[in-house]
Design a protein around this ligand. Structure first.
Ligand code: 1HN
Length: 351
């Protein structure tokens, strides 16, 4: 239902609208319902990409172009409701990246924030501001805005991860900056594991400033997140909508790991059916373990490990894990919370 009834266009009004258009003016009353909707209206559609389809296509790209020539060899997961937009949701970008054994993806930096979620392969590294971290399946790795970063694969197998970036947010604000590094790789200045030891052990260096907007931890290893879920599941305190869901946080301020993107890991027991839930943060999910299906705005999507699916803003989501399942997800929730516009609803009527 529209907010107002759009006024009729009389010949006299039409002449007036044509006249003012030439002076860069437009009558609000004719577009009011497009600008202000009762509930979110989005071009973003629910969709699922099967890893079984994605992997061979990504490996095929591996034979077509090198990581160095491509800068980043990525297949963008583009929402079918927003073709050619480079978007998986209205505010977020996602893609699957391949780095083959022996390859490097050269160093650069940009004002966009990036996350990596490791899907396949074990042992490639990403370097952020002088420290390399080894990437293992299920690891959540971040690249803060304006941090130099490069990737390399010294393992013997292809490495595939999902990238999530806030590219559309920066486009919206016209705030994109980027630059290449002078060489291929940045120098290594810290030992691997330094940031996790310094900031990821529930301690901080004694005089370290609090309140930075980006987490100084840049790899949240799956072994640790999985162990937390395993311990907590014994408590049997299931949230009806989320099962057991944890958020990756910045230890300097307790907020999301990055200022614009929230990321989560959740465990759903076999046979659990979540209560209908909707929220204004369109969300990208990837199952790390398990299989099942989810209904998104009434449409069923069967999923297995490593698939990627997307739920638009305000679409009602219900998860039906068939086996015990672990889902990784990310959204712009923290960005909306900072702006005071985040909304969520449990058990909506249309669920
Ligand atoms: C980027 O820097 C990476 O560093 C991945 O791996 C995807 C997509 C657009 C712009 C920069 C990376 C990207 C990207």
């Amino acid at each position: 239902m529209p907010v107002i009834e759009t006024p009729e266009v009389t010949p006299e009004r039409a002449r007036y609208y044509d006249k003012i258009r030439e002076q860069g003016l437009s009558p609000l009353w004719m577009v009011f319902n497009r600008l202000i909707t009762r509930t979110p209206e989005s071009d973003c559609r629910p969709y699922l990409w099967r890893y079984a389809d994605l992997k061979p296509l990504l490996l095929e790209a591996g034979g077509l172009i090198s990581a160095a020539e491509a800068e980043r060899r990525v297949l963008i997961l583009e929402n079918p409701g927003m073709p050619d937009s480079g978007r998986i949701t209205t505010s977020l970008y996602a893609g699957l990246q391949l780095v083959l054994p022996g390859e490097v993806a050269p160093a650069h930096r940009h004002s966009q924030s990036a996350l990596r979620f490791v899907v396949d392969g074990d042992g490639a590294y990403t370097a952020v501001d002088g420290e390399r971290t080894v990437m293992r399946p299920g690891d959540f790795v971040i690249t803060p805005p304006w941090a130099w970063h490069d990737h390399g694969n010294e393992s013997g197998e292809p490495m595939i991860w999902m990238d999530g970036l806030d590219i559309p947010v920066l486009q919206f604000f016209d705030a994109s900056f980027a630059e290449p590094y002078s060489g291929d790789l940045q120098p290594v200045t810290r030992q691997t594991g330094d940031s996790l030891a310094r900031f990821g052990a529930n301690m901080l260096p004694v005089d370290h400033a609090r309140g930075g907007s980006v987490s100084p931890i840049f790899n949240y290893p799956y072994a640790r997140s999985r162990e937390a879920l395993e311990q907590l599941k014994r408590q049997e305190e299931w949230d009806p909508c989320h099962g057991l869901k944890l958020c990756y946080v910045n230890p300097l301020n307790g907020d999301a790991a990055m200022p614009t993107i929230s990321a989560f890991i959740q465990l759903l027991p076999a046979g659990f059916e979540t209560a209908p839930y909707r929220s204004t943060d369109a969300t990208v999910f990837t199952p790390v373990e398990g299989r099942g299906f989810s209904t998104i705005a009434g449409q069923r999507f069967d999923w297995a490990e490593k698939d990627v699916f997307v739920a638009p803003s305000w679409a009602t989501v219900v998860h039906h894990p068939e086996t015990e399942s672990v889902l990784f997800s990310f959204s712009d929730r923290t960005c909306q919370e900072k702006l005071g516009i985040f909304r969520e609803q449990r058990n909506p009527d249309d669920g």
